[in-house]
Write a protein that binds this ligand. Structure first.
Ligand code: NAG
Length: 405
């Protein structure tokens, strides 16, 4: 039967497609890229509804940057439609975002920050205090006052971690403070005699590292250190493995030449050193476990490295070099393809796609005249926050990408 105009033909083809079983239709759609899916969704309401389903976007989302789908397929943000996240992922990839400076202060500090509840609350350390802000309304702005200040008459905060119940901070006077998040309880741990540069806590276990060249192991329930390990070198970073059976230390690499070492939590023995050819001074400043077997590290030698802890010997499987030869102060990952790093000059934040050796995007957050390191950065699926010496910056990636409607 000849069709009088293209419209009924398209309509008939549409009807035929809808007669296919759903799984066959999904299978066909799985061959389409974002742009085609996006066009298809504009054909009619039925297509729009079908194409917007998460199942259609899952494969694309797994390949995208920071979509919340991790390498093992876990979904970090099941409450947000995948199509929305694929849109935002495109912006991370293209570096399209809105920059803002939600907070500034006068004196130079060494701030640290953490996000809670997928970005609902921001905790920022300012000298001896840790301030908590809600980010709900407009994440580019903070309320003029924090809703809570965790204060203490102690040294400045060098580093802090957030658990469901506590806020644990390492201080410049060697103390560790444990603030309860639900009451005014405050516990002070003394042991270190110089600043506590780094700490990590998981499941009631606390590991701290200090300029005093020791690592101490504590529990949430006791105020004396369970153990002390002598490191013969200043300790800049620690990370507890997700399995809780080991932890990693990153040291200054001045008095021994393997700044990265894995320790057994029970036996307190060094299980192994990672890598061997580090230059003197190649201290490790930040580390993140991406899974029980994958560890990322960065520091003074300007490289981000990915270590595979399953291989024997455990070794570096990939590395990315800061192109301007600056120290890398901090890193974070999305658990899949994206790494964000903070450099030591001009507040430079870089985004890396692990599948490429070159940096994908970079943002210079401080002005040419006031150079500052990025002391800490954190991101969720749509926002990145970076703390510099006198300001907090936010990058909002929820902009309309050019071609996904
Ligand atoms: C990410 O954080 C921003 C504010 O910081 C928040 O508005 C947004 O909802 C968060 N996204 C997710 C997926 O939680």
């Amino acid at each position: 039967v000849p069709f009088p105009s293209p419209r009924p033909r398209a309509w008939r083809a549409t009807m035929l497609l809808f007669q296919l079983p759903d799984d066959v239709f999904y299978h066909i759609l799985s061959y389409l890229d974002c742009r085609s899916l996006s066009r298809l969704s504009q054909v009619c309401k039925s297509f729009y509804r079908f194409v917007n389903r998460d199942a259609v976007w899952r494969k694309i989302a797994k390949e995208g940057l920071n979509t919340g789908i991790t390498r093992d397929g876990t979904d970090r943000y099941p409450h947000i439609p995948l199509k929305e996240r694929v849109k935002i992922a495109q912006n991370w990839c293209d570096g399209i975002c809105k920059k803002a400076v939600p907070l500034k202060w006068k004196t130079k500090l060494l701030p640290w920050l953490q996000l809670d509840g997928d970005g609902e609350i921001l905790f920022l350390s300012q000298a001896a205090n840790i301030e908590a802000y809600y980010l709900r309304q407009d994440p580019g702005k903070l309320q003029s006052n924090p809703f809570k200040i965790y204060s203490a008459n102690n040294g400045d905060v060098c580093h802090f971690v957030l658990t469901d119940s506590h806020l644990i901070s390492g201080r410049s006077d060697g103390k560790i403070l444990i603030h309860s998040r639900t009451s005014d309880m405050l516990v002070e741990l003394s042991g270190h005699n110089q600043e506590v540069n780094c700490l990590d806590s998981k499941d009631g276990l606390i590991i701290s590292g200090s300029r005093d060249r020791t690592v101490r192991i504590w529990t949430l329930t006791s105020s004396c250190p369970k153990e002390t390990i002598s490191m013969y070198d200043r300790v800049w970073s620690v990370a507890i493995s997700p399995t809780l059976s080991s932890f990693v230390t990153g040291t200054a690499c001045c008095n021994n030449f393997s700044p990265l070492r894995i320790w057994d939590v029970e036996r307190l023995q060094c299980v192994c050193c990672l890598g061997s050819e580090f230059r003197r001074g190649a201290g490790v400043l930040d580390m993140v476990f991406e899974s029980p077997f994958q560890l990322l590290s960065c520091g003074y030698d300007t490289f981000i490295r990915l270590w595979d802890l399953r291989l024997s010997p455990r070794k570096c499987v990939m590395e990315w070099e800061e192109p301007h030869d600056s120290t890398l102060y901090c890193i974070q990952t999305d658990g899949n393809h994206l790494i964000a790093s903070g450099s030591s000059y001009y507040g430079v934040v870089r985004l890396w796609d692990k599948r490429q050796t070159e940096c994908l995007q970079f943002f210079q957050l401080s002005s040419d005249s006031v150079s500052s390191p990025v002391y800490c950065l954190r991101f969720n699926s749509s926002h990145l926050y970076a703390a510099l010496a006198t300001s907090l910056h936010s990058l909002d990636f929820r902009q309309n990408p050019i071609y996904i409607r």
